[in-house]
Design a protein. Structure first.
Length: 244
């Protein structure tokens, strides 16, 4: 049987939050090994769409088709959603990436620990292995969270503003790691707000505006110089009923 070429597909997907319709009729495909930038103004429905993709939020209408097994799907929410008071070290967090496939109650093998050390070294956080999460900077914390997804060997990764409150050195490391993951066949959906990050990372762009979604190539977005400007233009076009 041939391998699927599309990891994720949305078919006329409509989602609601708190009794309010947030997105209506969003469609599109996410090819295996692609990086899709998800952009839009505050409240446009970016986090709502990620919740729908991951099955946390049930569609009002439409469907989400995902070819990736559940144990190979990873969701990295905004850092504000992380409980920093939880007594867990960097190494312990990274090792939890084994849980979806290995189980939370089973001990780790030598191979697991060896892989965990290799991942921490790749991310430049080996010296932080025993540091509690609450003592880390934003960039260090994000590297540790990405380490967990690498440990999971995620094939579908959705990232909600992964570069928010992250230092430039960590942005550079994480961008390189994300591109490596895509080259190895992982499919990434990334909420972005920065044009330079979009240019360096994205293969495709899904703009959300006025409850709708419209697809662009990165080179169509970048000349606008401002993601918010592009979102406004997209909203105006969708409201007028025009098509790209």
């Amino acid at each position: 049987m041939s391998e699927p070429t599309v990891a994720l597909a949305l078919d006329e997907l409509s989602l609601a939050q708190g009794g309010r319709m947030v997105l209506e009729g969003v469609s599109g495909e996410f090819p295996v090994g692609s990086v899709t930038a998800l952009v839009g103004a505050n409240g446009a429905g970016k986090s709502t769409l990620l919740a729908g993709i991951m099955g946390v939020l049930a569609p009002i209408t439409g469907t989400v088709h995902c070819a990736v097994p559940k144990e190979r799907r990873a969701w990295l929410p905004q850092q504000l959603a992380l409980d920093l008071s939880f007594p867990m070290s960097v190494e312990e967090l990274v090792m939890t990436g084994c849980w979806p496939s290995h189980g939370a109650l089973r001990g780790y093998s030598r191979a697991h620990y060896r892989r965990g050390r290799e991942i921490m070294e790749r991310l430049g956080i080996s010296e932080l292995a025993h540091r509690p999460l609450g003592e880390l900077s934003g960039g260090q914390r994000q590297r540790a969270l990405i380490g967990r997804t690498l440990m999971q060997q995620a094939e579908l990764l959705v990232l909600d503003e992964p570069f928010a409150n992250v230092d430039s050195a960590s942005v550079e490391v994480l961008t390189e790691v994300f591109r490596e993951m895509a080259a190895q066949g992982a499919t990434l959906v990334v909420v972005l707000h920065d044009m330079q990050q979009l240019a360096q990372l994205a293969d495709r762009v899904l703009v959300l505006a006025e409850g709708r979604g419209e697809w662009f190539a990165p080179e169509e977005i970048i000349p606008a110089h401002d993601i918010h400007q592009r979102c406004l233009q997209t909203a105006q076009r969708l409201l007028s009923g025009a098509r790209p």
